[in-house]
Design a protein around this ligand. Sequence first.
Ligand code: SF4
Length: 471
Amino acid sequence: MQSQPLSRLNKPAAAPGAPANISTPAPKVGFVSLGCPKALVDSEQILTQLRAEGYETAKSYEGADLVIVNTCGFIDAAVQESLDAIGEALAENGKVIVTGCLGAKKDADGSDLIQKVHPKVLAVTGPHAVAEVMASVHTHLPKPHEPFIDLLPPQGVKLTPKHYAYLKISEGCNHRCSFCIIPSMRGDLVSRPIGELMIEAENLFKAGVKELLVISQDTSAYGIDVKFRSGFWNGRPVKTHMTQLTEALGQLAAQYGAWVRLHYVYPYPHVDEIIPMMSGGHVLPYLDIPMQHAHPEVLKRMKRPASGEKNLERILKWRQMNPDLTIRSTFIAGFPGETEAEFEYLLDFLKEAQIDRLGCFAYSPVEGATANDIANPVPEELREERRGRVMLLQEEISKKRLQAKVGKTVKVLIDELTPSGAIGRSAADAPEIDGVVYVKKPFEPHKKLAVGQFYDVEITRADAHDLWGAA
Ligand code: SF4
């Protein structure tokens, strides 16, 4: 292996108090660091993270289980030196991850330069990509879990029951809805690297998760901040994009016999590409779309990303594409300036859209929200009255839609056992926010209901919120 920085970086001091007797040898990573001081800092950060996670550094190609090459792409000579270093690492070791400036460079025809010259590299990232590099390392050289040393299980600490978990795909939001102060607290959208998400999802499925709930402030916007750049999962490039993420999660869920449920989906046009993925039984035919209102003027005052008519158009189209689709949404009644006509427009929208699961809140001013300055605030009593009217209408809609399920057989994931049987949820029910399915104890003694297992349940009864049936 080469270059002066390499030998320096490859010999970190032994951690004080490190356990002397580790039952499984830690995986070893070789590191070639080229380029300027900025690249050197990137190398240090990657090495620090490797060390923090329990990887060791190797001093030679033969001693390494995998090699990372941090490249430079500044001048032609540096490009050549980087390409040569990658070639050498491939020849000497074979398992190579490339990062750094050259990783971001395209060839004249727009293709990735490194992958064109060295198609055998496992993954390529640009500079300042510690998380992505680590995600690739996790994919190609997973660290064996050491229960006596690692304080955390691979899936991390979870507050949810063992059979379902949330996957947070991004933080922050690029919208500026006038009633919301989240962007001022959490900043603009920052998408998590797709490779890292896929590894987290796989660890969760391996740990027994049967339902993965995708969450964020705006799931449809996933990847916008990084211009939908490609990450890596299982040695192949995957775009940081909601469609590719859903597809990859669906494939993983199919492998583990699990469900994926999408929350906080804004009705951007690419959601149309997600609906066909919902027929396979793993990406659930369920969309949680926070619409908040239907009247175009109210939506404008709310500074919402989508208009009411388009929402209705899309819902009708999606239902044509998949008649099993469940739509959940939240609405605000009595938003500042809402007239009786605007409110009635919302009621008409709800009658047409036939939202399956709906939450409605009376507008409540949040300190710091610009909506507080909008003229003609609706008096509190009227806000509550309008909320009541929405919920009354929804009760009728929900009752009718759930009644249509009586006599059908639905797949149910059991959450809890009860003296009379169990409580579970179907594809139409997200935990905590939607209804449940009460499953009767089976007569046959060999048929036992168990938490975290799926059962086909024949629906015998429904009310406005829940279903009852027998497995
Ligand atoms: S309501 Fe949602 S979409 Fe709007 S600013 Fe807040 S987090 Fe973003």
